[in-house]
Design a protein around this ligand. Structure first.
Ligand code: RBF
Length: 158
C-alpha cells in the first residue's frame, strides 16, 4: 500500500507537548544503512525541533530490524527513558525472510510497548525496493523517521 498523501505533517498538533524534560531512546538498524541513517537523522532532528535536549536523546544501533525488539526492550526497561523509537528498513526480497522479520519486529515492538507501558514507536519501512525506501526517508513521501518522532511526542502528551 502506498503512503502517498499519508503523513503526519497533515495531522493536528493535538498532544504535541514540550519534551524538554523527557528522555527518549532511538534504536535503529544498520541493515540498509543508507536508508536507516536518514530515518535516524529525521527522528533526531524532529525531537530537537520539539524541544528535546541532545543529552536526553539516547541513540543505539542494532544489526538488523529483527534485533530492534530486543534493542527497544533494553531502552524501554530503563526507568529514566520515557519513550523509544525503533527505526529500520526491511526490503522485500526473493525469500520469506521479509515476512518473518516484519512479523517478528511488529509483534516484538508491540510487546515491549505494552510490557513497559511506554510509547515504543514502530518506524520500520517495508518497501518493495530501495527507491521506495528512499522516497520515505527524506524523499518525495517525507521522512518516516521524522513522523515516528512526532508520534512519540504525541504519545508522551496522551
Ligand atoms: N534486516 C533488515 O533490517 N532489513 C532487511 O531487509 C533484512 N533482510 C534480510 C534478509 C536475509 C536473507 C537475512 C538472513 C537477514 C536480513 N536482515 C534484514 C537481517 C535481520 O534483521 C537480522 O539482523 C538477522 O537475521 C540476524 O538476526
Amino acid at each position: 500500500m502506498s503512503s502517498a498523501n499519508k503523513n503526519l505533517s497533515a495531522h493536528s498538533d493535538k498532544n504535541l507537548i514540550d519534551i524538554s524534560n523527557k528522555k527518549i531512546g532511538i534504536v535503529y538498524a544498520e541493515w540498509n544503512n543508507e536508508v536507516t541513517e536518514k530515518l535516524y537523522q529525521g527522528a533526531y532532528q524532529s525531537l530537537i525541533k520539539h524541544g528535546a535536549k541532545p543529552e536526553n536523546i539516547i541513540s543505539k544501533t542494532v544489526a538488523g530490524s529483527f534485533e530492534l525488539s530486543l534493542g527497544a526492550q533494553y531502552l524501554a526497561q530503563r526507568q529514566d527513558i520515557d519513550a523509544v523509537i525503533a527505526l529500520g528498513c526491511v526490503i522485500q526480497g526473493e525469500t520469506r525472510h521479509f515476512d518473518f522479520i516484519c512479523q517478528a519486529v511488529a509483534q516484538g515492538i508491540t510487546t515491549v510497548s505494552l510490557t513497559y507501558n511506554k510509547p515504543v514507536i514502530f518506524g520500520v519501512l517495508t518497501p518493495d525496493n530501495q527507491e521506495q525506501a528512499l522516497d520515505r526517508a527524506g524523499g518525495k513521501h517525507g521522512n518516516k523517521g521524522e513522523e515516528a518522532a512526532v508520534t512519540a511526542v504525541k504519545m508522551l502528551g496522551f
